[in-house]
Ligand binder design. Sequence first.
Ligand SMILES: *Cc1c(COP(=O)(O)O)cnc(C)c1O
Length: 371
Amino acid sequence: MNRGPQSPEGWIRPEIRALSAYHVPDPGKLIKLDAMENPYRWPDTLVDEWLGTLRAVELNRYPDPAAGPLTAQLKRSMQVPEGMQVVLGNGSDELIQMLALAVAEKDRVVLSPDPTFVMYRMIAAFAGMQYRSVPLADDFSLDVDTTLAAIDRHRPAIVFLAYPNNPTGTLFSAEGVEAVIRAAPGLVVVDEAYAPFTDATFMSRLGEFPNLLVLRTVSKMGLAGLRLGLLAGPAAWLGEIDKVRLPYNINVLTQASALFALQHQATLDEQTGWIRRDRAQLFAALDDLAGVQPYPSEANFILFRTPAGRADAVFDALRVQGVLIKNLSPAGGRLQDCLRVTVGTPQENAAFLAALRHSLDSAAEPSFTAR
Ligand SMILES: *Cc1c(COP(=O)(O)O)cnc(C)c1O
């Protein structure tokens, strides 16, 4: 291998070269139930009204750097407590990156449960930090004692808790999360990406603890294409984190479109309400399927376990039948044999279930070629 002075091997950090790029499959014409997207479009009249507001947007000008009107609307929509500050990000992924950049030193630790959202681990690596994980219990609940012991040992700069958790769908106990917040020497970021699908939140408790921040996104409620996230918490922290934000990180089209969408929150709420209702039906159907074990979910997806050794075959058989979900089995550990399906429209859910029943039959015996 070329390790000369002008080669990537000579300059790209080893921890970056060791990563594999985040892979997003091309869905083609498949029914797309892999990425926690809201499957519903807006009524035509609303689309027309939205397009009308875009006429006033000046693409030749830089965006409002503070995104004033949008920030005010987000604070109302997401019920950010009085006196708390917010920073907006180009998706909540960018906010996770800003948090890491603001605290990064090479011996400092980012800590999360395992399994959880993979970007915490990846962004810790991007920022040159150490990453430590604490196994969840067998039912994917938070193992509070082990987590507190890990906090004591590693003294993490940031603890990320996805609440509800991705990819498991579980909602950790509020008491467990509170114990983590009290024990952590640094920041605890409660990532509420799935807030539209649960009644639980720590947003109303901001300010009660000096080290609690809450992360939200508009992605899972139906605006994934806009790329907009929000970090909320005490001004003392957010004023510092805002310094690593690139100017104009929220573009003019996102500012105008998100403001419009949030002013028509009832449409989004109606859609997320349908998803919550259909999640219960999908769970019941999966629970009735022999060989399949779904995990209770407070998010817009359901993780389920397939018969041992069959996950890859079931996943492939679903794709052949035109349904794309997420195969988590390659991640190994507690996720071995697990697949994750996003709750779609009733028609999409029915198509998925029909394909799954067929896949379980056809994948019932391992292929003789797969040794
Ligand atoms: C999807 C997801 C995000 C990312 O949200 P974006 O705002 O689209 O970047 C963050 N956290 C968790 C736990 C997620 O599942």
